[in-house]
Design a protein around this ligand. Structure first.
Ligand code: ATP
Length: 235
C-alpha cells in the first residue's frame, strides 16, 4: 500500500532522514520505533505532504505521491493524527469531527453514519459532543484526534505517539481502539515511544536511529532482539 524508497529530508542544513526505505502492506499495523530526534515525526510529516523530501520516492497504492498537496493525500486516503493532537480551538467535539468530512462530502451528503461509527468506537465523544474540543482531557483529546482522522474515511492512518502523556490505563485503551480500527480495514503506520504497546499491536516494526533504518522485522522478533531490549525496553 505504501512504498518509500531512498527518502532524504532536510531542515535547511540539518539532514533528518538519510535515504530511508520502508514498506507497509494493506491491512498491516507497522510501528516506527526510535529515540527522540531519530526522524520518526519527520517521516510521517513527509508521507502526509507537510514536508518535501530532498530525494527519494513515496508511492501509495502504486502511484507516486510526487509533490501532491497534503489535502490531496487526505483525499487519496492518508490521514495523519499529529503529535500533540492539534484539536481545533474554538470548535466543539462535533465540529472538530465534521471538519474532516470536507474532503469527501458534497452538498446533501450525510456524515451521520461516519459520526455513529466514531461515537461507537469512542462513546465518551458522544457524551461530550457539544463541549469545546480543547476542554477535553488528554485521553479524550487523543480519541477526538483519532476520530477526526477517521471522519476523512482513510485507507491508512498515520499516528504520531498516540500514547504520549496518557496514563497507562488510557494508553492501553487507545491501543485497543487502534486494533479495532485496523480490524475494520484501515492500515496503520504508527510512531511510538512506548515500545511495549507498539510491539504488542504492530505486526512489523522498523527501528530508526539518526535518520536511518537500523533494524526491521516482525514485531515479535524485534521484541526479543537484544538491541531493542537494551535501547527501548529497558532490559
Ligand atoms: P521525537 O520522538 O522527539 O518527536 P522524532 O524521531 O520524531 O523525535 P523528528 O522530530 O523527526 O524526530 O526530528 C528529526 C531531526 O530533525 C532531529 O534532529 C530534529 O532536531 C530535527 N528537526 C525536526 N524538526 C525540525 C525543524 N522544524 N527545524 C530544524 N530541525 C528539525
Amino acid at each position: 500500500m505504501l512504498k518509500i524508497e531512498g527518502l532524504s529530508v532536510s531542515y535547511g542544513a540539518i539532514d533528518a532522514l538519510h535515504g530511508l526505505s520502508i514498506e507497509v502492506a494493506q491491512g498491516e499495523v507497522v510501528a516506527l520505533l526510535g529515540a527522540n530526534g531519530a526522524g520518526k515525526t519527520t517521516l510521517l510529516r513527509t508521507i502526509s505532504g507537510l514536508l518535501r523530501p530532498r530525494a527519494g520516492e513515496i508511492r501509495f497504492e502504486g502511484e507516486p505521491l510526487g509533490t501532491s498537496s497534503a489535502e490531496s493525500r487526505v483525499r487519496r486516503g492518508i490521514a495523519h493524527v499529529p503529535e500533540g493532537r492539534r484539536i481545533f480551538p474554538g470548535l466543539t467535539v462535533r465540529e472538530n469531527l465534521d471538519v474532516a468530512t470536507t474532503v469527501w462530502r458534497r452538498r446533501g451528503m450525510s456524515a451521520d453514519g461516519d459520526l455513529d461509527r466514531v461515537f461507537a468506537l469512542f462513546p465518551r465523544l458522544r457524551e461530550r459532543a457539544t463541549q469545546l474540543g480543547w476542554s477535553l482531557s488528554g485521553g479524550e483529546q487523543q480519541m477526538l484526534a483519532i476520530g477526526r482522522a477517521l471522519m476523512a474515511r482513510p485507507k491508512m492512518l498515520l499516528l504520531d505517539e498516540p500514547s504520549l502523556g496518557l496514563a497507562p490505563r488510557l494508553s492501553a485503551e487507545v491501543y485497543e481502539r487502534i486494533a479495532d480500527i485496523n480490524a475494520r480495514d484501515v492500515t496503520v503506520l504508527l510512531v511510538e515511544q512506548n515500545t511495549v504497546l507498539a510491539l504488542d499491536v504492530a505486526k512489523r516494526a522498523y527501528v530508526i536511529e539518526n535518520g536511518h533504518i537500523v533494524l526491521d522485522g516482525p514485531a515479535r522478533e524485534l521484541a526479543r532482539h537484544p538491541r531493542v531490549r537494551e535501547a527501548y525496553l529497558g532490559a
